[in-house]
Design a protein around this ligand. Structure first.
Ligand SMILES: C[S@@+](CC[C@H](N)C(=O)[O-])C[C@H]1O[C@@H](n2cnc3c(N)ncnc32)[C@H](O)[C@@H]1O
Length: 268
């Protein structure tokens, strides 16, 4: 890891409640048409591995490797692949700035919601390109927090956004990464790429319960709480008000939340 860089969310249960919802379909649709069963794929910053195991199912005659800097989450992802009897998916602990693979190894190198958390996303892209085969794909998707919209109006959620931006930036990351992917690709020397965007939207009663309660807990129990206090971004009282605001959003019948994401599909 780069100095001063810290993964903002951590791996608390309240965070994983949100991250384990992710599938290849809802998080990597832009990449799916380009996959073939015999390909090899590296998933960088694979986290709990729910997207990675979907890739393993699609690349049924190929091989999928997930890496993450957290040994704890690598163990959880390994367990998930084993429970789903996916012998072509393996996970290992590694740092994305120095991937433990030779040049030109993988057909696809993928990272979902990862570049936003690293201090040097351009170096990360250069390293991802190094391990991609010539002509292989580099696929990246990141949220753009500043582009998020919601209803109803809620000063507590406005404050959540302010505190979130301070904490994420304070950890060396870029919360509005989605809009920067194209610029980072150019800086990394990538020339053959497409940019696109897609949106996660939470609105139904079930979605509001899941997302609202996840953030109500994250505000008080995850690494976000400790970081917000330590960085002076919010007091305990303010974080309690933010948590309550998420519960109010959950209960609002007109509650709506949409998060835009930038996507990058590059040829190595
Ligand atoms: C937001 S999670 C995304 C997990 C997964 N890709 C997904 O979308 O569900 C970001 C992951 O990147 C990992 N990470 C952060 N910095 C890293 C680094 N320098 N090297 C490897 N993994 C890193 C974190 O441990 C975390 O699991």
């Amino acid at each position: 890891m780069s100095s001063g860089e810290k993964y903002t969310h951590g791996h608390h249960e309240s965070v994983l409640r949100s991250h384990t919802w992710r599938t290849a379909e809802n998080s990597a649709a832009y990449l799916l048409p380009h996959l073939a069963p015999d390909m090899t794929l590296l998933d960088v910053g694979a986290g709990p591995g729910t997207i990675t195991v979907d890739f393993a199912r699609i690349l049924s005659a190929g091989r999928v490797v997930g890496i993450d800097s957290s040994a704890q989450i690598v163990a959880a992802a390994t367990e998930l692949a084993s429970a789903q009897e996916l012998a072509n998916a393996v996970f290992q602990t590694a740092d994305l700035y120095s991937l433990p693979f030779p040049d030109d190894t993988f057909d696809v190198v993928h990272a979902h919601q990862v570049l936003q958390h690293v201090a040097d996303p351009v170096a990360a892209l250069v390293e991802m390109r190094r391990v991609a085969k010539p002509g292989g794909l580099i696929a990246v998707r990141d949220v753009d927090y500043r582009g998020t919209i919601w209803a109803p109006e809620n000063p507590g959620l406005d404050h959540w956004m302010t505190v979130y931006q301070l904490v994420h930036r304070g950890n060396g990351g870029e919360p509005d990464a989605g809009r920067h992917l194209k610029g980072w690709a150019l800086e990394a020397g990538l020339t053959d790429f497409e940019s696109s965007a897609s949106i996660w939207c939470y609105s139904s009663d079930a979605e509001r319960t899941w997302w609202g309660e996840s953030w109500a807990a994250r505000a008080l129990e995850s690494a976000f709480y400790a970081d917000a206090i330590e960085k002076g971004a919010a007091t305990d009282l303010e974080l309690r008000a933010i948590s309550d605001a998420w519960l109010a959003w959950r209960d609002a019948l007109d509650g709506f939340f949409a998060m835009p994401h930038g996507e990058l599909l590059a040829r190595a």
